[in-house]
Design a protein around this ligand. Sequence first.
Ligand code: ADP
Ligand code: MG
Length: 730
Amino acid sequence: MSSLRFQALQTLAGEERKITGYGDKKVTSIFATNVFSGRTIREYLSDEAYKSLMNSAKSGLRVERKMADQVAAGMKVWAEERGVTHFTHWFQPLTGTTAEKHDSFFTLKSDGTALELFDGEALIQQEPDASSFPNGGIRATFEARGYTAWDPSSPAFIMEAGSGKTLCIPTIFIAYNGESLDYKAPLLKSVAALNKAAVDVCHYFDKNINKVTATLGWEQEYFVIDEALANARPDLLMCGRTLLGHSPAKGQQLEDHYFGSIPERVFAFMQDFEQEAYKLGIPLHTRHNEVAPSQFECAPIFEEVNIAVDHNTLLMDIMNKVAKRHKLKALLHEKPFAGVNGSGKHNNWSMATDTGINLLSPGKTPRTNLMFLTFFVNTIKAVHDYADLLRASIASANNDHRLGANEAPPAIISVYVGKYLSEVLDEVETRVKEKFTEQDEVILKLDIHKQIPELLMDNTDRNRTSPFAFTGNKFEFRAVGSSANCASPMLVLNTIVSETLKQFKIDVDALIDKGERKEIAILQILRNYISDSKKIRFEGDNYSEEWAEEAKRRGLNNFKTTPEALDAYSSEKAKYVFLNNGIFSKRELDARHEIMLEEYVKKVQIEARVLGYIATNHILPAAINYQNVLIQNVKGLKDLHLSEYAYKAQLNMVEVISGHIQSINNNVEAMIEARKIANRIVDVHKRALQYCHSIKPYFDKIRYNADKLELIVDDSQWPLPKYRELLFMR
Ligand code: ADP
Ligand code: MG
């Protein structure tokens, strides 16, 4: 009984697990207190510096050097008053986490006396020694310089860790020649591209619109389990998910967890991380239990996409840190446990104008109706034309376990719009003719706004199985994984919608030039787009077998694995759309593709190693020990000269255990051999395919036998916390 498992179980019952740290401050009293924004900026900056910063925040343009000194000075005073001693450029490299390198304000003058310094130079640009961040061949070692550059559109903030406080400057991360090495730089470019394309199209309807921003509201799903139990599982510790473990008698079949009352220890954790989030201006709004046992969700009020992405990555970081305080572990992995639901991160996306209009909100007049229809149809067309890119944007080794597992949307991209809007689209498609008719006028008068809100806000009309669903005033991209950086799907969505809107404008202008009335020209192009993109629309059950078959007939792709899905990044289409919208150069795109493949290989490789290790060092010894007990037992019974009947069952178990041991041993060895072959493959694309198709299949084989052994071996000798303990004990 000395194994980590039993120590952990004992800890769970002890004093250490008493609930602490309820966050009890009123949200308004702490909201954004650690953020350099709003009224704070006004207070710490001169008029001149304030205006300059606000301008940059709005336009995304650089702050002039002279002003940067002033902004830095103001920031430093603000930060020091709050006990900050260090600053860092905070960025999002392609590792999937955030990166920081702290520098002290403290420096030495030439005469050796100490000085606290933070100037414009330090604010605007840094050169972190970052040669080991993934770069996909963009930076050879001789040019291994990477720069972080301030993004003034996202406010600086103070990160607290224990009693230490650090001023964090959100930055982009680029190579010496400007090529992007992170998520933020291309996201900002896509925001700019979408803005331009959408404003141009808005001008058909409203000349007062000068800016369009993409908005994002994410819904973060996660699991919470006890820290000691997690630490007793090498797989959770190293991979963030369980690689084996027999499903418990009770899983999620009773559906008693979903929206149930939140367990108290987890509730305290939630309140605590929410308070940390509020201080950083993250507008968390909802929290609830999710479908699987020990699974939960939180969601904020939506924000501009760039800020929302920063806030999501920050929150994931905060959750990990705060969980430690509570002796809990937050699992953000897409599939921590087999047999129960995995975790996603729905990305609710829309476009908002500077005049306060949500472009995906049905209008109240024929003119605004047409504006809504325009952006609605263009988005559908974009998803239709670039479905493979969207699929690639959410591809990861983690997410492969979730997509298509009857709990999350399949890997087939389709769009759900609901019954009423389907009818509207059908109507436009069939009734608008090449030549203007009275019908066109009638269609313009459709009372879309009156019908949609009631219908779509009503949950019953929502299709929860769709990967990309219209939910009344926004699209919800549901196939995004829980640990993903939302920037990846969001920058693709912004880019493809930008591209589609640009083409739309060209098409409509061509008709107008031929003398067509504007509204009619728009309707006619919309009709074409509706026809062209019809095959992407699907209203039925996306989880069903029939849909997979139907999708195949329609010619929709179903890339089930990451290496295949990522191919879209090197397609001609990808090159065209990213280059044409100024998001990625060809080299950047190739680099990104390579980085994603490398990451896939590394993830699977680590899992394979950990699984081999656990199987050999944990499972086999437990099985052999128990088998020895059985053998002793059989021997003893034989010594008593009892009939064979007395030890038949035990003998049988000895044999069954031998079978599993043999199987595990063979498969672990074969998996190691397969890895050796894979590791010799130089081409990363081929290597990834090898890992996917020749190594991963061993995972299931090894797991099968290990899980069978879990059912046989004496519970008191089983070394790993079991699913029932991980999922139900806290
Ligand atoms: P669900 O029923 O899908 O769980 P929630 O209310 O939990 O819905 O989450 C919806 C999310 O969508 C929230 O984060 C919300 O802020 C966001 N949202 C609402 N309107 C918009 C919009 N116009 N643009 C982007 N996100 C939005
Ligand atoms: Mg949702």
